[in-house]
Design a protein. Structure first.
Length: 417
């Protein structure tokens, strides 16, 4: 079968929810993927920030195989060791609290919405404030929470109880709180809208606002978590004084954090950590998930944490992220408006006037992503003007240099396309 055959087969049998690029992959190893015709690509998308330790990492593959031969699944009516071990790991990294496991980011966020409703129920509050240009998932509540009209179109009426305010604007959120408000939800670094980190003052101000008005503060870490920014959580990186002194949890701690994507290295998993004293609000019968926290997924996540610690990948993400950002900036390309981000979560925003990236019905970002495919580099568009670099946390400096060269070549060729 060729890529063309496969694309034809998809057109007959797959619901066309994605505008897919004309690539079909069969194999991966480390930071590389190979397509059906045997062409090699450097993967700076990793799904979308999912394959956090690269493709086919032997430690992850071995852990999955071993667990698959032991116990893949039992119902959440029972207890299993991997689920307890993974919850213990998350609590040790985040603070005193408890965890709920699901299978995706949207589902992890759904647990946050239900937590907010339960929290506010007795005082008649149910509203959640989220931010403009945010992204929180594709379920009905997820698109209601998301601050982008394009995901909501055609699915009205929206789930009630979400309002959006400008991101990084403390005044706007202070003004928006009403006696109906139960919670505030932000991304530590907005991903889908083009890599926009929260400012330290915004985070501190939100914590104070939530304390003063007795609101829950939620951080959606689905894309920006799992060490991608150089620390486990992006807020830890944003608030750190220096890399050697982790921010004390007393200065800033959300009331709950949602996680997914990279947490199990590509095995589906969503997770929520809820801080005490709110961790028992969702009691027996109030929420659940058939597949949440299976021994297989939890073992995979534990193996990913193990690799990240053993191979010091938080530091690698920090240092190679800084390096990548500075190398792309120093290209001084007239086509690049800004390079921003934290660690290995980097956005390259394009100028709006690049002639060959101005095609009716296509965004400049998706056209550049397509052109980078010709150069053997996978990246992810974000918004209309930005491409995201989300490589594995274990990339090497040589791979970073290779990616920068490919971006440079693709933009240099721009007038020739
Ligand atoms: N939250 C954020 C910040 C995301 O970036 C995403 C996915 O891109 C989601 C939630 C939804 O995650 P999932 O696609 O696993 O449901």
């Amino acid at each position: 079968m060729t890529t063309t055959d496969l694309i034809e087969s998809f057109s007959h049998s797959i619901v066309p929810t994605y505008a897919r690029f004309p690539l079909a992959f069969v194999r991966g190893k480390g930071s590389r993927l190979w397509d059906m015709e045997g062409r090699e690509y450097l993967d700076f998308g990793t799904g979308i920030a999912v394959c956090s330790i690269g493709h086919a990492h032997p430690a992850l593959a071995e852990a999955i195989a071993r667990q698959a031969q032991t116990l893949i699944h039992t119902s959440n009516f029972y207890h299993t060791e991997p689920q307890a071990a993974l919850a213990g790991k998350l609590v040790s990294l985040l603070g005193p609290g408890k965890c709920f496991f699901a299978n995706s980011g949207a589902e992890a966020n759904e647990a946050l919405y239900k937590l907010a409703r339960k929290f506010g129920h007795d005082s008649g509050r149910h509203e959640i404030l989220t931010t403009l240009n945010s992204f929180h998932g594709r379920t009905l509540a997820g698109i209601a929470a998301t601050g982008q009209d394009k995901v909501k179109k055609g699915f009205e009426p929206a789930v009630e109880g979400f309002r959006h305010v400008s991101f990084n604007d403390l005044n706007a959120v202070q003004q928006a709180v009403t006696d109906q408000t139960a919670a505030i939800l932000i991304e530590g670094v907005q991903g889908e809208s083009g890599i926009h980190p929260a400012s330290p003052d915004y985070l501190r101000g939100l914590r104070k606002l939530c304390d003063d008005r007795r609101l829950l503060l939620f951080v959606d870490s689905v894309q920006c978590g799992m060490f991608r920014t150089g620390r486990f959580q992006s807020y830890q990186r944003i608030l750190e004084v220096n890399s050697a002194s982790p921010v004390p949890s007393s200065e800033f701690l959300p009331d709950a954090v949602s996680m997914a994507k990279g947490i199990a290295g590509g095995v589906p998993m969503g997770a929520v950590w809820i801080r005490q004293p709110y961790a028992d609000l969702l009691g027996p019968g109030t929420h659940g998930s058939t597949f949440g926290g299976t021994p297989l997924a939890c073992t995979a996540a534990l193996a990913v944490f193990d690799v990240i610690e053993r191979e010091k990948l938080a530091d690698n993400a920090r240092h190679l992220g800084d390096y990548l950002k500075s190398q792309i900036t120093s290209l001084r390309s007239p086509h690049i408006r800004e390079v921003r981000g934290l660690g290995l979560m980097i956005g390259v925003e394009l100028q709006s006037n690049i002639p060959s990236l101005s095609v009716e019905g296509k965004t400049p970002a998706s056209l550049l992503v397509l052109r980078l495919h010709e150069h053997g580099l996978l990246t992810i568009p974000a918004g209309n003007q930005t491409i995201r670099l989300l490589p594995p946390l274990n990339i090497t400096r040589a791979e970073a240099d290779e990616a920068v060269q490919k971006v440079c070549n693709a933009l240099q060729n721009e007038s020739g396309h």
